[in-house]
Design a protein around this ligand. Structure first.
Ligand code: FES
Length: 173
């Protein structure tokens, strides 16, 4: 093999590798571009789906009076795949009457906790009474109540996320 031919072979190999790496880079850019574009126009995680009905156990097992914290598992779409996430809710039972609030603070999304019969958010010191009515702090609204139903004796809640930082309760889609 002559030096001339060897140089041509090397040039062909280089140009083939150049085309191949260009195609790989274009493919990666296309995939990233689609996903970055999705994240640019919507939150990294979609809101919990509309059909997220979760069991909270027998309604009779929920003690009357002070709020009881329960966890639910919801499905979410991260753009690149679906996964399960755990969310907290507060349940208050008074006889037959049940109220379920999401534990997400309507101000900026910290977790709302309960102390005796008041709800508090430690992030910026918002407070709500047991009915979920705002009692102080920067929260723009009351706690967000969730839809629920009782099937047999099992309490089920339809978990949803709501927009934060606005006065009206609006489902995040
Ligand atoms: S996030 Fe709860 S008061 Fe600000």
């Amino acid at each position: 093999m002559s030096d001339h031919q060897s140089t041509e072979d090397n040039n062909e190999r280089r140009s083939f590798l150049g085309v191949l790496s260009g195609l790989i880079a274009a493919g990666i850019s296309a995939v990233l571009g689609v996903n970055i574009g999705r994240f640019a126009v919507s939150p990294a995680l979609s809101a919990a789906g509309a059909e997220n009905w979760s069991d909270l156990g027998p309604v009779g097992d929920i003690p009357e009076g002070n709020p009881v914290k329960k966890n639910v598992v919801v499905s979410q779409d991260a753009g690149w795949g679906k996964f399960q996430a755990q969310r907290a809710v507060w349940v208050i039972r008074s006889g037959e009457k049940v109220t379920v609030f999401t534990a997400v603070c309507p101000h900026l999304g910290c977790t709302v906790n309960a102390k005796d019969d008041v709800f508090i958010c430690a992030c910026h010191d918002s407070k709500w009474d047991v009915a979920g009515t705002a009692q102080g702090g920067p929260t723009p609204r009351g706690l967000d109540a969730l839809e629920y139903k009782v099937e047999g004796d099992v309490l089920k809640v339809r978990y949803q996320d709501f927009k934060q930082g606005i006065a009206q309760k609006e489902v995040l889609s």
